[in-house]
Design a protein around this ligand. Sequence first.
Ligand SMILES: Nc1ncnc2c1ncn2[C@@H]1O[C@H](COP(=O)(O)OP(=O)(O)OP(=O)(O)O)[C@@H](O)[C@H]1O
Ligand code: SF4
Ligand SMILES: [Mg+2]
Length: 309
Amino acid sequence: MLEATDLAVEFSSRGRRARAVDGVNLAVGDGEIVALVGESGCGKTTLARTLLGLERPSSGTVSYAGSPLSYRSKALKAHRRQVQLVLQDPMGSLNPRQTVYEAVAEGPRIHGLADEEKVVAEALSHAGLRPPERFFLRYPHELSGGQRQRVVIAGALALNPKVLIADEPVASLDASVRGEILALLLRLRDDLGLSALVVTHDLGLAWNIADRVAVMYLGRIVESGPTEEILKNPQHPYTQALLSVLPESPKRIVLTGEPPDPTRIPTGCRFHPRCQIVAAGNPIAEKCRTDLLPILPNKTTPQAACHLL
Ligand SMILES: Nc1ncnc2c1ncn2[C@@H]1O[C@H](COP(=O)(O)OP(=O)(O)OP(=O)(O)O)[C@@H](O)[C@H]1O
Ligand code: SF4
Ligand SMILES: [Mg+2]
């Protein structure tokens, strides 16, 4: 459905090249929910924005339904209708002076859709705000956090997309609301056949919702595969460290070293300065410091990029 092939996105940051996305292969299949996980600054949002056509890759391609994305404005507009962004911060993405109706009707107006009121009502209803008419004239401050997030989701649904990209969709919500919104995303997949890429730094969240997980570190996918297999049997030391912070984990692995900086990507395995295997003095460390790892291909079976494997 939506696919990144050998994707790279660079920024220039204070005169230096920041390789925010540095060779990524990733696909979201029809009706599939994929979680993209990794700590802050690893390039998740940049990858998501590039898949949406909001950022232009410096190399590689984004394709939708088998065709490479064209960056001409008409093609981009069509792409952004099929692939919709849902932002993590409902208060920040809703205008406080705009009613729920106006907020949800914005997209359909830009795209010139007919039957606006029906489109808005259906979108609210699919997002679980029922009866929809009761919400038309409400303002964001009159709603709960979960309801606001549902309005943001309704705004995306109003354009009848095929793929939702949810960037930390529940980061700002409390735990019970989180569960509700995740259940909603699963229901949208079942009812409307939607696919989703859920961007998060919370592996526990991925566990509850995703069919597949891709773990990102410093611009690369370092491990990917079906959620169950990755979470029960993580192969990459970075995934093992991320999982070790979950409450059910027996032993916490503390990562040493500085947080990753995309203007200074380490030689060899890009994770080596923080890797617990290297820190423990494993003889493989020499190889880790010097030998590059291949970029993981786009496949659905479990895979990880590490010299140990
Ligand atoms: N427009 C930009 N110009 C320069 N550098 C950027 C730009 N956007 C992102 N970056 C850099 O690219 C890297 C990846 O950022 P990105 O926002 O994609 O990370 P993220 O994984 O989404 O992090 P978070 O979990 O904090 O949202 C960061 O080092 C960031 O500073
Ligand atoms: S290649 Fe080496 S440094 Fe990289 S994750 Fe594997 S063990 Fe750690
Ligand atoms: Mg982000």
